[in-house]
Design a protein around this ligand. Structure first.
Ligand code: BDR
Ligand code: CA
Length: 307
């Protein structure tokens, strides 16, 4: 099994990504760290804690950065609901967060097991940028770094930029500027991972996981204008799926630079597949095997549902 540390801003698709990681027999979730993003930090942190308890996980949860490095917070509560999980109402968590900052937890977790922990970021990249500033050697210690964010075609938060990058472009620039070849799971592939009606029929057997989480969260999330017809895109789930089975994705090495100055393009991930210098700094996902992806998700959710 692979160890995975997930930095997240739950968030409906974050919640599903955590379920996939917990349910997968191939992963051992060694930590959840929260960041402000879809909703405020207090809510994303509380959601991470509640979700861990609801899924029956025994995992440390640490609170991270609430606001971006430079900018004002940009939220997505229109997409995820004011509490972050759509219509889901989970019990208040019984446990509490670690008494340590997420940035320290990221650094220490990677330091304790060099080459063994996959780091996955599915929210704005504020914590990861701060961790890099605090301890640049995390680029060597992470077994891999996978980010749900960006796009080489179009954005969702703005015409040019995907939400996680648009929310903290300066942090994203630090993260893509570090020498660890992030795997960019962007909108180009995540918009193909749709929780369609046929997919959701397969969740019907999952008891409380279905009735108390999947249905209330996806009903709200899927009602967003951008998702009408095909069902909502479960962006963050794709990043965890990559860690479990990279063969579900086609990937291409590329040069990715994050726009921090543009008037209309701030947060754009400018992607050059033709960069002649051979100095690619990232690996960019360009394709997804949809049927196998959903088989993996359904199998893992079944494990969560059956405890
Ligand atoms: C990303 O933005 C958030 O709203 C989702 O949770 C996902 O991480 C998609 O653009
Ligand atoms: Ca997210």
């Amino acid at each position: 099994t692979k160890k995975i540390l997930i930095d997240c801003d739950p968030g409906v698709d974050d919640a599903l990504a955590i379920a996939l990681a917990h349910g997968s027999p191939d992963l051992d979730v060694v930590g959840l760290t929260s960041v402000g993003g879809n909703v405020e930090l207090e809510r994303t942190t509380n959601n991470a804690l509640s979700l861990a308890e609801f899924y029956g996980m025994d995992v440390p949860v640490a609170r991270g950065a609430g606001i971006p490095l430079v900018r004002e917070q940009r939220k997505a509560s229109d997409v995820h609901g004011s509490e972050g999980l759509g219509n889901t109402v989970l019990p208040a968590p019984k446990g509490s967060v670690l008494d340590r900052h997420a940035v320290d937890v990221i650094v220490d977790t990677l330091a304790a097991a060099p080459g063994e922990v996959s780091l996955v970021a599915v929210g704005p990249l504020t914590n990861i940028a701060l961790a890099l500033r605090k301890e640049p050697r995390i680029v060597e210690w992470a077994a891999e770094f996978v980010v749900m964010g960006g796009s080489y075609t179009r954005g969702n938060n703005t015409p040019a930029a995907e939400f996680n990058i648009a929310a903290d472009p300066e942090a994203a620039a630090v993260v893509f500027g570090a020498a660890w070849h992030p795997v960019m799971i962007g909108l180009d592939v995540t918009l193909r991972a749709r929780a369609s009606a046929q997919v959701r029929d397969r969740f019907a057997e999952f008891g409380r996981l279905e009735s108390e989480l999947l249905t209330p969260s996806l009903d709200f999330y899927g009602s967003n204008r951008q998702y009408r017809d095909e069902g909502p895109a479960v962006h963050d789930v794709c990043a965890v799926a990559y860690v479990i089975d990279p063969s579900l994705f086609t990937t291409v090495p590329a040069r990715v630079d994050v726009e921090t100055g543009g008037r209309f393009t701030s947060g754009m991930t400018v992607t050059d597949f033709e960069d002649g210098s051979g100095e690619h700094n990232a690996v960019v996902a360009t394709g997804l095997v949809q049927d196998a992806f959903w088989d993996l998700v359904v199998d893992s959710f079944r494990c969560v549902a059956s405890g």
